[in-house]
Design a binder for this molecule. Structure first.
Ligand code: ADP
Length: 390
C-alpha cells in the first residue's frame, strides 16, 4: 500500500486475517471511518482480493508475523489461525482482537461447551465421547438419537451428524485414534426447536467505567442442509421474554469470555420456551448481514470500531423489518453480475451483494437484503430477487 499511514498521525491500521466475504464487507465501512484496512488473503482470487495487499498462508507463522508488522491491530474473517501463532503475536506486543483466550471458544466446540456451563448459560445436554461404546450409551440415554460434532474444523454443517447408532461416526473415531492426541467428539441431545435464533453483540475493551457493549435485535436464522439460507430481523418471536433472554445470554457470554469485536451467539428456541446456546462466532457472521441496510450501525462497521476500541454505534433498526436471503450456488453461466440487469430492474428495492466468487453448488456467492414495513412482504421480495441469481 502506498503512503502507509501509521497510528502516530491518528489513523488506525486494521489487519484482517482471512480473505473471504466477511473481510470484503469490512472494507466499505473502513473507508468511511477513515481506517486503513489490509487483508491477508490465502489466494489472489479470494473474495476480499480488492483489499488484499498481502497474500499468504495464515498457518505459516512468519507470514502472519510479517503481516502483523504492517498494522496496529489484527482481527479475523475466520477462526482458524492456530493458537500458538496468536499467542506469539501477543508476546511480540501486537494487539490481537478478539484475544486468543477468547477466540479459543470459537475454535473448539468442547472447550466452548465447558466454558458456557461455567458461565451458567443454558445449553443442550452434552457429553464428550472417546469411543463408540460411550457414544452408544449417550444415544440410549437421550431418546435413541444424538447430534455428534467434531470439536474443531467444522463449518456450515460439515462436522455435524445426527445419528442413532454410534458406528455412523466410526470414520471420525478412527481419525481421532490416528491423530493420537486423545481427542474427543462432542455428543449432544437432538434439540426439538421451533426456530433457530442468533444474537449479535459487540464489545470493546474501553468505555465509561467498564467495557462497552451493544446488542442488535435477535434474528431468526433458517438453514437448508446445515447452511444458513435466510435471516429474519427481528425474529418473529411470540414471547418478549425470549428476546430478553437471548440478549441476556449474549451479554453474559461477551463479558464472561472477554470478547472484543462482534460475537454471534447461535441459539435454539425450544418447543417448551427455553433458549439454548448452540454455537459461537467471534467475528461478523452471516446472521448479521441484514445490518448493512437494516441497522443504523452494521456489524462490519461495529466490528472495526470495537477492535480499534472506538465508541460503538447505535444498533437500532432502520426499518421495522429486514430480511436477508443468501445466494447459494449462483448462476450457471458465471458470477452474479451476469444477471444484474434483469434482477436490478425487477427489484429496485432489493440490495444486492456479490462476493465476487465463482458459482459452485451450495457455495455462498452473495446475498440480497430487503428492508421495509412488513416482514412477510420484504421476505417475499428478498426471496424472489435471490432466486433470480440461481
Ligand atoms: P457448524 O459449526 O458447522 O455451523 P453447528 O453446531 O452450528 O455446526 O450445527 C449446524 C446445524 O445443525 C445447526 O444450525 C442446527 O440446525 C443443527 N444442530 C446442531 N446441533 C443441534 C442439536 N443439538 N440439536 C438439533 N439440531 C442441531
Amino acid at each position: 500500500m502506498e503512503d502507509m499511514a501509521s497510528s502516530e498521525n491518528g489513523i488506525i491500521r486494521v489487519g484482517v486475517i482471512g480473505g473471504g466475504q466477511l473481510a470484503r464487507m469490512m472494507v466499505p465501512p473502513a473507508i468511511h471511518l477513515g481506517l486503513r484496512i489490509s487483508v491477508l488473503a490465502e489466494t489472489e482470487g479470494m473474495s476480499a482480493a480488492r483489499a488484499a495487499d498481502a497474500v499468504g498462508d495464515y498457518r505459516e507463522p512468519e507470514t502472519v508475523y510479517a503481516f502483523a508488522d504492517t498494522v496496529d491491530v489484527v482481527t479475523f474473517d475466520h477462526e482458524h489461525v492456530p493458537q500458538p501463532i496468536l499467542r506469539e503475536l501477543e508476546a511480540r506486543g501486537v494487539a490481537v482482537h478478539p484475544r486468543p483466550e477468547a477466540l479459543l471458544y470459537a475454535q473448539d466446540k468442547i472447550l466452548m461447551r465447558r466454558r458456557l456451563a461455567e458461565l451458567g448459560v443454558p445449553v443442550p445436554v452434552w457429553a464428550t465421547v472417546s469411543d463408540e461404546a460411550e457414544l452408544q450409551a449417550f444415544i440410549e440415554a437421550n431418546g435413541g438419537r444424538a447430534v455428534v460434532k467434531t470439536a474443531r474444523g467444522g463449518y456450515d454443517g460439515k462436522g455435524v451428524r445426527v445419528v442413532s447408532q454410534a458406528d455412523e461416526v466410526r470414520d471420525w473415531f478412527t481419525a481421532l485414534a490416528e491423530d493420537g492426541r486423545g481427542g474427543h467428539l462432542l455428543a449432544e441431545e437432538l434439540v426439538d426447536f421451533v426456530r433457530e435464533l442468533s444474537q449479535l453483540v459487540a464489545r470493546r475493551p474501553g468505555g465509561v467505567g467498564s467495557a462497552e457493549m451493544r446488542t442488535w435485535p435477535v434474528v431468526e436464522t433458517i438453514q437448508e442442509g446445515g447452511v444458513c439460507a435466510e435471516v429474519l430481523a427481528p425474529a418473529p418471536v411470540a414471547d418478549p421474554a425470549t428476546l430478553e433472554e437471548a440478549a441476556r445470554i449474549g451479554r453474559t457470554i461477551a463479558e464472561g469470555v472477554g470478547v472484543t469485536g462482534v460475537l454471534a451467539v447461535e441459539m435454539f428456541e425450544t418447543r417448551d420456551g427455553r433458549v439454548l446456546v448452540n454455537e459461537l462466532a467471534m467475528r461478523p457472521h452471516n446472521s448479521g448481514h441484514f445490518s448493512i441496510e437494516g441497522s443504523v450501525t452494521s456489524q462490519f462497521e461495529q466490528h472495526l470500531r470495537a477492535v480499534a476500541d472506538l465508541p460503538l454505534g447505535d444498533t437500532s433498526m432502520t426499518a421495522p423489518a429486514a430480511v436477508m436471503v443468501n445466494v447459494l450456488g449462483g448462476p450457471a453461466e458465471g458470477p452474479m453480475p451476469v444477471r444484474y440487469a434483469s434482477v436490478l430492474a425487477a427489484h429496485p428495492r432489493a440490495k444486492i451483494h456479490s462476493y465476487d466468487k465463482l458459482p459452485r453448488p451450495g457455495r455462498k456467492v452473495g446475498h440480497v437484503t430487503v428492508t421495509g414495513e412488513d416482514l412477510a412482504e420484504v421476505r417475499a421480495e428478498a426471496r424472489a430477487a435471490a432466486e433470480m441469481f440461481r
